[in-house]
Design a protein around this ligand. Structure first.
Ligand code: NAD
Length: 444
């Protein structure tokens, strides 16, 4: 069997992982990006994002000649049977997805194609985009089949998710046997143990992606609301989570209360789904409520900190552990840590931050308005409070006596409830989590 030739447009979190992933399964993959600096770094062997296992997979496949990077879209398209669009779809002011990069890339592909091409929409795009892209490419000199294949990988475990997906959703027009057989061949190596492909029409595939993310976000928002109730009625969100999630119809995942969800997907996808609903004149109550609860939740940590230290934080030094929206990524997009930083800066606090991977991205936004500690304990030195916002493994079981000695005032705000079982009150800390019984000891 001859290798499948694939072009991936966009070398971000999704494009890079998908490109390297397809190469890993035997395809010949040409990744292109408009960001020439990014392409140059990739060609020097540098990985522009932090994603566990990605560097090794890229290196392996570049070395055997199955993976390459360039900014020459035309020749990459001409060499390829399949062209994946993995460009960004950021939110617009009104919550809708900005599709300009998708449409621009689709138009470039249509211009460049000289042979039959399967154009695959991997970016997260609202229902109806497949149809609009078909309009854009319909007068191309070569036949172009437009397929929707949303990506479900999660940052931090993206390589594993790509190579062992729960499912592969493919939206394809009825009767398009060419697209169907080409996609089947491409994904065959990922379906050796079982067929993971779910075939559907493009609109259903597009909607599936948004509904999946909104459903996960909704679970988090619901637990965040329940956490507030726990604090008022003397219950503990940990125990409620275990009690509820043990029901096999519910499951334990995505039921953690915390500082609010963030990341490049949940906030924007929830907003875009709400927008799609508005356009279709269906008001999606639960989707709107999910976003509203999350906005509110992002203020919970600042509120708890001010309740303890006072509304005016002038002269107070606050240490923050964890800046990325979750562990094992360098992605800080919509991270709740950023809302926290903004609120604390507004109240005059001096902020010292630490994160294993996220500091360069945060520095690019805040510059010298923050201090950046090269080591976690260093951030806590002389601090009036330490706030944990991201549960990186290295923060999970710190040396508390050492922290107590270093800090000016031993106050801990645990945005992930991971220190709640350590009896920190009896060790002389003021300890505050989210929706847990330990909080009541502060009030005693
Ligand atoms: P990203 O911002 O990391 O990467 C996008 C890349 O596309 C950038 O490198 C950019 O330079 C490039 N680009 C933009 N316009 C281009 C063009 N016309 N031609 C070539 N390159 C172009 O974005 P991402 O996080 O990889 O997300 C991409 C899409 O995948 C989004 O729609 C997102 O919602 C979706 N998605 C993301 C994740 C995730 O965890 N990040 C998971 C599933 C789906």
């Amino acid at each position: 069997m001859v290798a499948v030739n694939v072009c991936v447009v966009g070398c971000g979190y999704v494009g890079l992982v998908s490109g390297a992933g397809f190469a890993e399964t035997g395809a010949v993959v040409r990744c292109v990006d408009v960001d020439e600096g990014r392409v140059m770094r990739l060609n020097r062997g540098e990985i522009p994002i932090f994603e566990p296992g990605l560097g090794e997979m890229v290196k392996r496949n570049v070395e055997v000649g199955r993976l390459s990077f360039s900014s020459d879209l035309d020749s990459a398209v001409r060499e390829s049977t399949l062209v994946f669009l993995a460009v960004g779809t950021p939110p617009r002011e009104d919550g809708s997805a900005d599709l300009s990069a998708v449409f621009a890339a689709a138009a470039s592909v249509a211009k460049a194609a000289t042979q039959r091409t399967i154009l695959v929409l991997k970016s997260t795009v609202p229902v109806g985009t497949n149809r609009r892209v078909r309009e854009i490419v319909k007068n191309a000199p070569a036949p172009i089949h437009v397929v929707s294949n949303p990506e479900f990988l999660k940052e931090g475990d993206a390589v594993n998710d790509f190579l062992r997906p729960d499912r592969i959703v493919i939206g394809c027009e009825d009767g398009d046997e060419i697209a169907r057989s080409t996609m089947t061949q491409l994904y065959h190596p990922l379906c050796l143990d079982k067929d993971r492909i779910l075939w559907m029409d493009p609109a259903s595939a597009e909607l599936t992606k948004y509904v999946a993310n909104a459903m996960l976000a909704m679970r988090i928002s619901f637990m965040n609301e329940v956490a507030e109730l726990c604090e008022k009625v003397g219950a503990d969100i940990h125990r409620v989570r275990r009690g509820v999630g043990s029901d096999s119809r519910i499951g334990l995942q995505f039921l953690y209360a915390g500082p609010g969800y963030g990341g490049s997907c949940f906030p924007k996808d929830v907003a875009a789904l709400a927008h799609s609903g508005r356009e279709a004149e269906v008001y999606l109550e639960l989707v709107h409520a999910t976003a509203k609860v999350n906005d509110k939740q992002k203020q919970v940590l600042p509120r708890k900190i001010k309740a303890s230290l006072g509304a005016d934080l002038g002269g107070k030094r606050i240490a923050i552990w964890g800046l990325t929206f979750k562990p094992k990524t360098d992605d800080i997009r919509e991270s709740p840590a950023l809302s926290l930083i903004d609120a604390l800066l507004d109240s005059g606090a001096e902020i010292v931050v630490h994160d294993p991977e996220g500091m360069p991205n945060v520095r690019a936004i805040y510059g010298e308005r923050l201090r950046y500690a090269s080591e976690a304990y260093e951030a806590a030195r002389d601090a009036d409070a330490l706030v944990l916002t991201t549960e990186w493994r290295q923060y999970q079981q710190p040396d508390f006596p050492k922290l107590k000695k270093l800090m000016r005032n031993p106050r801990l705000f645990d945005g992930r409830n991971i220190w709640s079982e350590y009896g920190l009150h009896s060790q002389g800390f003021e300890y505050t989590g989210i929706g847990i019984r330990e909080n009541q000891k502060n009030a005693q």
